[in-house]
Design a protein around this ligand. Structure first.
Ligand code: KIV
Length: 306
């Protein structure tokens, strides 16, 4: 299980992520939202763990990421922090936490770093976020950018669709990426854009691009863990999701077997419960014998009175 981690034991840092592009190392990135999954994902050798605001739809049952609050992000980031040793831990800035100005953004990001234990934050947007990114970086908070399909803009975009389909949109994505790099971002997520555009963006910046639904030319790849393991309940499965295991089916099978065992009295078995230590058993048996003798005597007395 810890195979990958043993192969690459060194802690992943922000400078290491930057350097990965030059070294042509394809970093592996996944989401995690709680302690047990963080442990598994980290021990399997993942390089970057993102506490994504996708926690909203994947774990908390919201329809989108829009309702996710800063408090929710801090709580999940803290849980993940306890489970991560090697990976770089990045936390998403939720919708509304950086849209009202750079001061508010710094306040929110500092909470994710100080209370949550994040080593970097991610926020959505390109040229429109330059001031915020510059300010966060100036306050020593590393920033991962995120362009293309930006789920926090779902109401403006009208749904979760492929972005950057026109030449004009593609040019804007390249400008966005360059602006984020110039502002000090150390990496950029490219979500659901044509692979050719992702390639152009990747070649236009010196920081790593991290693709999700953006094709093979990105420097790194990220997926939502629950999609990869078959624990996602979204209505549609996007074409870029490769499911490696069907945990939902496996869990359902295990739970069904447990229910059958309980109903048939086959669970728990003797070795799945705790026997009373022999001393206490002997004491209780002796007490029980005394009680039985007392009861027998009083019954005999009652009979003789009749
Ligand atoms: O919130 C998230 O999980 C993300 C990834 C899809 C990149 O932003």
């Amino acid at each position: 299980m810890a195979y990958l981690k043993q192969q690459r034991p060194e802690k992943v840092t922000v400078p290491a992520v930057r350097a990965s592009k030059e070294r042509k190392e394809r970093l592996v990135c996944l989401t995690a939202y709680d302690y047990p999954t963080a442990r598994v994902v980290d021990e399997a050798g993942t390089d970057i763990i993102l506490v994504g605001d996708s926690v909203g739809n994947v774990v908390l049952g919201y329809d989108t990421t829009v309702p996710v609050t800063l408090e929710e992000m801090i709580r999940h980031t803290r849980a993940v922090r306890r489970g991560v040793e090697r990976a770089l831990l990045v936390a998403d800035m939720p919708y509304g936490s950086y849209h009202t100005g750079a001061d508010d953004a710094v306040r929110a990001a500092l909470r994710l770093v100080k209370e949550g234990g994040a080593e970097a934050v991610k926020l959505e947007g390109g040229m429109n976020r330059v001031e915020v990114v510059e300010r966060l970086v100036r306050e020593e908070i590393p920033v991962m950018g995120h362009i293309g399909l930006t789920p926090q803009s779902v109401n403006k975009l009208g749904g979760f669709r492929l972005q950057g389909k026109t030449a004009e949109a593609a040019r804007r994505l390249i400008e966005d990426a360059r602006a984020l790099e110039a502002a000090g971002a150390f990496s950029i997520v490219l979500e659901v854009i044509p692979r050719e555009i992702a390639r152009l963006v990747t070649e236009s910046v010196s920081i790593p691009t991290i693709g999700i639904g953006a094709g093979e030319f990105c420097d790194a790849q990220i997926l939502v863990l629950h999609d990869l393991v078959g624990l996602s309940f979204s209505r549609t499965r996007p074409r870029f999701v490769r499911q490696y295991i069907d945990l939902r089916a496996q869990m359902t099978e295990a739970i069904t077997k447990f229910a059958e065992d309980v109903r048939a009295g086959a669970y728990p078995a003797e070795n799945e419960s705790y026997p009373l230590p022999s001393e206490a058993r002997a004491e209780l048996e002796a007490e029980g014998e005394a009680v039985r003798i007392r009861l027998r005597r009083s019954a005999l007395n009652d009979e003789s009175k009749c």
